[in-house]
Design a protein around this ligand. Structure first.
Ligand SMILES: [Zn+2]
Length: 424
């Protein structure tokens, strides 16, 4: 039988367009799939339940899928399905990402074709590709995957849908649903991949915490002070912390209830906080063991606002610097160290003077290092409670401090509180 005849037969059996079937069939045969096997997988792809003809990779439980499997067949329930547009090999593709689960476990997947997956669907993915990401297996559902929808749903021990609290979101999460209050929101023009474009960015809050967000396709529901439900958001790292991304595929609806935004930051050991790789809002308690160079009275470039040395900006050359105050204090709690970065207001507090005072002191001593020295004198050896955004890069961990207060804790009381927490 010619390929054309096979296509004809399939098309009439399945009630689908012959040219479409033929091109699929041609593809598979070109990839050296035996014609009977190709026909079998097309029958499954186009929804003929009978698995006549051909073999597919062995069926596996989700928990047994391993990164080295190559291809597998799994039957699983769609927990989440989030659309996202990515640029791949120079053109835009809409992909669907989320998690699948059966009785034995959960697995992340990416669908490169429009299969129409929705949370709650139970599917069999024949010949799904397995790839490794961060040591874990993930499924790729693509052109060569024969996907069919099952009528019988599975009993999965996981929640279907992506409802989450901000504190639980992690970089890499897809298809999340959150109910949040918009705490801060500003409209910005950025140089996007398709030229200038308007976006919204700001901060979201819920009972569990706060996180920054970007809305790539501004919607009117997102404005400062609003309460909104956002479906199909994804989480990506930006400047070292997780950020909620609201895309053209997200659904945003106004909520008619107030969200009670928690005001407590998570308090953590320094070491534990650094190991997370970045947190938007965290509180750390530790001793200031040093004040780093580049603290006190500093000068910034008027163009890019970065700190300059001897009137020289690395990008803009010889510039007329703007005076500013800053502290970079190393905080150590015995489990690790971070550099707390204090802005001009917080620096005034620990210096005990403002910019004018600092300039005068520097003039008098004919050395601006006297400002840093005075801060060192005040700060080093004391215990501080610092709250802010923690990010980690190749040079170490930094906390962009929102507050920096001397800790009035009695160390013995803190130890007792800690022990009670452990006992609880
Ligand atoms: Zn500059």
């Amino acid at each position: 039988m010619e390929l054309d005849d096979h296509a004809e037969e399939l098309a009439s059996d399945l009630g689908v367009d012959k040219e479409e079937v033929k091109s699929d069939l041609q593809n598979l045969v070109e990839y050296s799939v035996p014609v009977d096997e190709a026909k079998g997988s097309l029958r499954r792809k186009y929804g003929d339940g009978s698995s006549s003809g051909g073999t597919t990779p062995s069926a596996k439980n989700v928990a047994d899928v391993a990164p080295e499997d190559g291809n597998v067949t799994v039957t699983a329930t769609v927990l989440t399905a989030g659309k996202r547009s990515i640029r791949y090999q120079g053109s835009d593709h809409v992909i669907v990402e989320g998690q699948l689960a059966d009785e034995t476990g959960r697995i992340d997947y990416t669908a490169w074709e429009e299969f129409g997956l929705e949370p709650g669907d139970t599917i069999t993915a024949g010949n799904a590709g397995v790839r490794e990401w961060d040591g874990e297996p993930e499924l790729n559902l693509g052109e060569s995957t024969a996907l069919s929808f099952e009528n019988d749903s599975l009993e999965v021990p996981y929640e279907i849908g992506g409802e989450a609290q901000l504190a639980d979101l992690e970089t890499g999460d897809r298809a999340r649903t959150i109910e949040v209050s918009v705490l801060e929101c500003e409209r910005r023009t950025i140089d996007g991949r398709d030229g200038e474009t308007e976006i919204l960015s700001g901060v979201l809050g819920d009972e569990s915490g706060r996180l920054p967000f970007t809305n790539w396709d501004p919607v009117p529901e997102i404005e400062a002070g609003a309460s909104v439900r956002i479906e199909n958001a994804y989480v990506q790292e930006f400047r070292g912390v997780p950020e909620v991304n609201v895309s053209e595929f997200s659904r945003v609806a106004a909520l008619d209830r107030e969200i009670d935004v928690g005001s407590d930051a998570t308090t953590m050991d320094v070491g534990e906080a650094v190991r997370t790789g970045g947190i938007y809002d965290v509180e750390l308690v530790g001793n200031a063991i040093a004040v780093r160079d580049g603290s006190g009275l500093i000068q910034r470039c008027p163009e890019c606002y970065r700190v300059i040395q001897k009137g020289q900006c690395r990008t803009h050359g010889d510039v007329d610097g703007i005076d500013d105050l800053r502290v970079k204090a190393i905080i150590d709690d015995g489990t690790g160290t971070v550099t707390a970065i204090l802005d001009d207001d917080l620096t005034e507090d620990v210096y005990g003077g403002d910019l004018e005072d600092a300039l005068e002191a520097a003039r008098e001593a004919m050395d601006q290092e006297v400002v840093a020295d005075a801060i060192r004198e005040n700060v080093v050896g004391r215990e501080y409670r610092v709250r802010g955004h923690l990010s980690v890069d190749e040079y170490g961990a930094n906390v962009d401090a929102e507050t920096f207060e001397e800790s009035d804790d009695d160390p013995a009381a803190r130890a007792t509180a800690f022990l009670e927490e452990v006992d609880a």
